[in-house]
Design a protein around this ligand. Structure first.
Ligand SMILES: O=P(O)(O)OC[C@@H](O)[C@@H](O)c1c[nH]c2ccccc12
Length: 293
């Protein structure tokens, strides 16, 4: 893991005063670090308002989770489409001005998506857990909570707001956390989609037996560069692993046209995760049909 989980320059509370001493190299090195450091503070604040124990109580009365992995395996299309509800991103700014998460989700559902992904990060993606809850009320498809998860706390939050699956990013989690968080997801009836971008991350994740669904992100979250070859290279690498056949591979990001779909399908992806290219179309559901044509 190259990503540092916390700023080396924390604020230290001493009695009523707060000191912050500048230490060298205490700025985030890339956007992923910046997001994760912000997330740390964000979760700390939420926890002060609502403790984990309260979320654990609420989760008991939530309607059961839908089977995200099976919906992908039985896909309505081949490869199956996970359509993403995404207003903005740090690399592209605002992607869709007239943003109505419920209308977009309904359109996706009618347009042939097998599952949906809802961005919930506010600060960098203008998303919200409320959007997730609203979408849950309006469609029947399994939902992925698209979030930068660094604590179990967020997994409970996702479940309470209607998520059936969570994203776990290998670049920001240790093997121990990946294993632990995947087990929590499973205990809550959810699927964990574990995201990798490098050969090294893929290697780590293939060796974690509880992981059943692996997402190859074609976008490098450190510099935003996108290459579909990432899917090709990493799936070639995975094919020689003894667990290759039991894992469902998802190709994520940068998929714009039907030739892109053909390319990642040929590489072995059984599902694709698409946001921007659908969100930019007036009718996002209809755009799925065009992409899969
Ligand atoms: O909009 P795109 O290029 O179609 O990408 C969708 C999705 O893959 C992307 O939003 C994503 C993949 N992994 C992430 C992790 C965090 C936030 C966002 C993402």
């Amino acid at each position: 893991m190259k990503i540092r989980r916390r700023s080396p320059n924390p604020t230290v509370a001493v009695d009523t005063l707060r000191y912050q001493v500048k230490v060298p190299d205490s700025e985030p090195r890339n956007i992923l670090e910046k997001i994760v450091w912000h997330k740390e503070v964000e979760i700390q604040r939420l926890r002060e308002r609502t403790p984990l124990a309260e979320l654990q109580r609420q989760v008991l009365t939530a309607p059961p989770a839908l089977d995200f992995a099976t919906a992908l395996r039985d896909g309505k299309t081949s490869p199956a489409v996970i359509a993403e509800v995404k207003k903005a991103s740090p690399s592209k700014g605002v992607i869709r001005e007239d943003f109505d998460p419920v209308a977009i989700s309904t359109s996706y559902e009618n347009g042939g998506a097998s599952c949906l992904s809802v961005l919930t990060d506010k600060e960098f993606f203008q998303g919200s857990l409320d959007y997730l809850a609203q979408v849950r009320q309006s469609v029947k498809l399994p939902l992925l909570c698209k979030e930068f998860i660094i604590y179990p706390y967020q997994i409970y939050q996702a479940r309470i707001h209607g998520a059936d699956a969570i994203l776990l990013i290998a670049a920001i989690l240790s093997d121990k956390d990946l294993g632990y968080f995947t087990r929590i997801a499973k205990a809550l009836g959810m699927t964990a989609l574990v995201e990798v971008h490098t050969a090294e991350e893929l290697d780590r994740v293939l060796n974690l037996e509880q992981v059943q669904v692996i997402g190859v992100n074609n976008r490098n979250l450190e510099d935003f560069s996108v290459s579909l070859e990432t899917t090709h290279q990493l799936l070639a690498q995975a094919s020689s692993h003894p667990r290759a056949n039991e894992i469902l591979f998802v190709s994520e990001s940068g998929i714009h046209q039907s030739s892109d779909v053909a390319y990642v399908a040929q590489a072995g992806a059984k599902a694709i995760l698409v946001g921007e290219s659908l969100m930019r179309q007036p009718d996002p559901g209809n755009a799925i049909g065009q992409l899969m044509a």
